[in-house]
Design a binder for this molecule. Structure first.
Ligand code: SAM
Ligand code: DTB
Ligand code: SF4
Length: 369
């Protein structure tokens, strides 16, 4: 991003987040209007190209193999199915397809070759293509970019401190390193997080500071509200109040003025009025389609009705410009660059261990029945 940067401190962002709500919304709306067309919303359709069976222990995720959740697992989708789904998405107003795989990291081989073919196929439909495939080396990022990938989604998820209470199978620095690899390959970056995982407002502010110190900062920032799925360690987390979502969207808008703030998971639990306030506060994108990856999402017709009421229109593909230049010398300003060897911290997270044990017991019981 090429706007004048401000070096935000956690205290400043925390103070912003805690402003009187309507004052915060007003300031965010102003920043939004100075930097974006407030009538346009970028619509992205999610496709889960490989569902479930993931080896990681992300405490929020229904696709982690170790938890017992009620999802339908699927091997890698065919290129033909991806094309059909992308065409359907395009005809209902989506300008971007985001393909997600339940992988820890990308592995070389037939599956990756098939993903590259999916990227070429969707790109040839004149749609923006995004992937979220887990951790990625610089060379894999380059091959995705050469195939026509526009964006790579890799979320920080939360603050570095809170991350340790959510995931024990990979480190925060690995996430930042993958973002750097996407940058070096000239991909745009989509990186944000989830609120409602038991983090404090300070954690939310800290995540935004980390995103803001990436240089350039991400072109899009998804803000997800946790979808608490039965069987995951977070199944009993209380739903966050809409006001927290509005505050998070508005604060993100002000801290990262040029980024596209994506109103992401959790929209089925939000009222139209709540979503309208998020658009007012600077959300410029949604995930569309009746499903996110495994959980429900509002029906596209309902979204379009809301757009009509609010006077919003879906944004055309590549409206925000082409991909950035390849920059092999890119350096993350948030961490030291290191070798591409992903870590496995493997500390103990009680809730994750408990959910794993209870999943094993449930499986045993089902086996006996
Ligand atoms: N496996 C890849 C990875 O972890 O990077 C890509 C897929 S992963 C499901 C993509 C993102 O979805 C996660 O980083 C997380 O932010 C979000 N996510 C997953 N489960 C969620 C949930 N229950 N509620 C909200 N967001 C969720
Ligand atoms: C993101 O930040 N949110 C999307 C997308 N990036 C890949 C995923 C949300 C997943 C919600 C849980 C599910 O449906 O499995
Ligand atoms: Fe796997 Fe990604 Fe889910 Fe973590 S968030 S369990 S890495 S699919």
């Amino acid at each position: 991003m090429t706007d004048k940067r401000k070096n935000w401190t956690k205290e400043e962002v925390f103070e912003l987040y805690n402003k009187p709500l309507l004052q915060l919304v007003f300031e965010a709306a102003k920043v939004h209007r100075e930097n974006h067309d407030p009538q346009e919303v970028q619509v992205s359709t999610l496709l889960s190209i490989k569902t479930g069976g993931c080896p990681e222990d992300c405490g929020y995720c229904p696709q982690a193999a170790r938890y017992h959740t009620d999802i339908e697992k699927n091997d890698l989708m065919s290129v033909q199915t991806v094309k059909a789904q992308a065409l359907r998405a395009k005809s209902s107003g989506s300008s971007r397809v985001c393909m997600g795989a339940a992988w820890r990291n990308v592995k070389e081989g037939a599956d990756f070759d098939q993903v590259l073919e999916m990227v070429r196929t969707v790109r040839d439909l004149d749609m923006e293509v995004c992937c979220t495939l887990g951790m990625l080396t610089q060379d894999q990022a380059r091959r995705l970019s050469d195939a026509g990938l526009y964006a790579y989604n890799h979320n920080l998820d939360t603050s570095e401190e809170h991350y340790k209470k959510v995931i024990s199978t990979r480190g925060y620095e690995d996430r930042i390193e993958t973002i750097g690899n996407a940058r070096k390959a000239g991909l745009t970056v989509c990186s944000g997080g989830i609120i409602g995982m038991g983090e404090t407002p300070e954690d939310r502010a800290a995540m935004l500071v980390t995103l803001s110190c990436l240089n350039p900062y991400p072109e899009s920032v998804p803000i997800n509200a946790l979808v608490a799925v039965e069987g995951t360690p977070m199944e009993d987390q209380e739903q966050i109040p809409i006001w927290d979502m509005v505050r998070m969207v508005a604060t993100t808008r002000i801290v990262l003025p040029k980024t596209t703030v994506r109103l992401s998971a959790g929209r089925t639990q939000m009222s139209d009025e709540g979503q309208a306030l998020c658009f007012m506060s600077g959300a410029g994108s949604i995930f569309a389609g009746d499903k996110l990856l495994t959980t429900p999402n509002p029906d596209i017709n309902k979204d379009m009705e809301l757009f009509n009421i609010l006077g919003l229109t879906p944004q055309k593909a590549y409206k925000k410009g082409d991909k950035p230049e390849v920059n092999e010398n890119y350096k993350n300003s948030c961490t030291n660059d290191k070798n591409e060897k992903w870590s496995r911290p493997a500390h103990t997270i009680e809730a994750n261990v408990k959910a794993t044990i209870s999943a094993k017991e449930k499986r045993k019981l089902n086996h006996k029945l």
